[in-house]
Design a protein around this ligand. Structure first.
Ligand code: CUA
Length: 381
């Protein structure tokens, strides 16, 4: 006697439907994973390739699950909808162990694979490289500045742009003067927060020459949207060195004229002024502070009895006492006499910067008495 079979045979057409559905999911997932990266910025670093591959994998898995869930929903709505006049309840159903094991195991395996894969990418992209170049980045509301060590002359080179070259591993050493910021270079596929009181780091190796945007990705105040800078990736070491040597030369031979020197200091981004002020002469477009265009003309008229140089001197060291109507108390106080203060501005720099601001007049003539300015500043020395 043959024992009666207790399973009903699965219909061939059902198997076909499931197979077709599965193929559709795989194909749809791969299609979305291949098409979406067309919207990405160029891959300009060694890290970018790995990050994008991981992202594609996540996209494929996510898209397949999305299509599965939406597909089942559509099939259920169409096939199992209540027919006209059918007011009965659906059949009562209770757990299906096989189904539950399957829908627990598959996601568990997917999550495990993602964990191992992404950990491997993280280890690879953050690993220290031999001969890496360290560049210090400072975030301040609302501007980036970069500093290079010149071991030969034992000086620091400041720049508003980040410079490096193809194939040179870079290690960013980052700190913030005020709130939290996030250093993001979309083309390099790297992003790292800057945290008050801590130094954070991030690494990348450029693989493509060109200029790419650096963006602040952490809401840090009203000028956050303008906190951008540029990374210049030179095609080779020689081109990079010619930029670097120029910068060293400028730093070693500051202009003798204090006005020129003050302008150079501001242009190099040694102080974070460009993040907040408009200044056509240097191409600044900050919005959170008063415009500096023509400030020399206004300086002598703002406070009765105060000369232009006194006004400019004090509004840099004591900005809270010199608020321009319509603007908040956002400017850091640049410390004149404490070299360890986070916003220390040495008296020589201060003198040069004020001397330059004095020349921002309609006529181009200085609005200040520089001898008097020297007397004021000498009190800080
Ligand atoms: Cu700095 Cu947003």
């Amino acid at each position: 006697m043959i024992a009666p079979r207790n399973t009903s045979p699965v219909k061939g057409s059902t198997v076909l439907w499931i197979a077709a559905g599965f193929l559709l999911l795989v194909f749809g997932g791969l299609l979305i994973a291949e098409l979406t990266p067309l919207l990405f910025p160029p891959q300009a670093s060694a890290q970018a390739q790995q990050v994008d591959d991981l992202f594609k994998f996540l996209l494929a898995v996510g898209a397949a699950i999305f299509l599965l869930v939406q597909g089942v929903l559509v099939v259920a709505v169409v096939r199992f909808r209540a027919r006209r006049g059918d007011r009965s309840d659906g059949a009562p159903m209770h757990g299906n162990t096989t189904l539950e094991v399957v829908w627990t195991l598959i996601p568990a395996v997917i999550v495990l694979v993602i964990t191992i894969y992404s950990f491997q990418v993280w280890v690879n992209t953050t690993a220290a490289r031999a001969d890496e170049q360290t560049v210090r980045a400072t975030g301040a509301r609302f501007v980036w500045s970069f500093a290079y060590n010149d071991p030969v002359n034992n000086i620091t080179i400041n720049s508003k742009e980040l410079h490096t070259y193809v194939g040179q591993p870079v290690r960013m050493e980052m700190s913030t003067d005020d709130s939290q910021h996030a250093f993001w270079i979309p083309a390099m596929r790297i992003k790292q927060d800057l945290l008050p009181g801590r130094t954070t780091e991030v690494r990348f190796t450029p693989t493509r020459a060109g200029s790419y945007p650096i963006v602040c990705a952490e809401l840090c105040g009203s000028g956050h949207g303008q906190m951008r800078a540029t990374i210049v990736v030179h095609p080779d070491e020689a081109t990079y060195l010619s930029w670097f040597d120029d910068a060293v030369n400028t730093a070693l031979n500051p202009p003798a004229d204090p006005v020129e020197r003050g302008r150079a200091l501001l242009a190099a981004g040694v102080y974070p002024c460009s993040g907040c002020h408009v200044l056509d002469d240097l191409g600044w477009q900050g919005i959170t502070g008063p415009s500096l265009n023509g400030v020399g003309d206004r300086a002598g008229r703002r406070v009765p009895g105060e000369t232009a140089e006194e006004y400019l001197d004090r509004s840099i060291y004591f900005p809270g006492e010199y608020l321009v109507p319509g603007f908040g108390n956002l400017m850091p106080q640049f410390q004149p006499n404490d070299p360890n203060a986070p916003n220390y501005m040495p008296p020589d720099d201060h003198f040069a910067i004020v001397a330059y601001l004095c020349t921002l007049t309609a006529s181009g003539e200085s609005a200040c008495d520089l001898d008097n300015l020297e007397r004021i500043v000498s009190e800080y020395r």
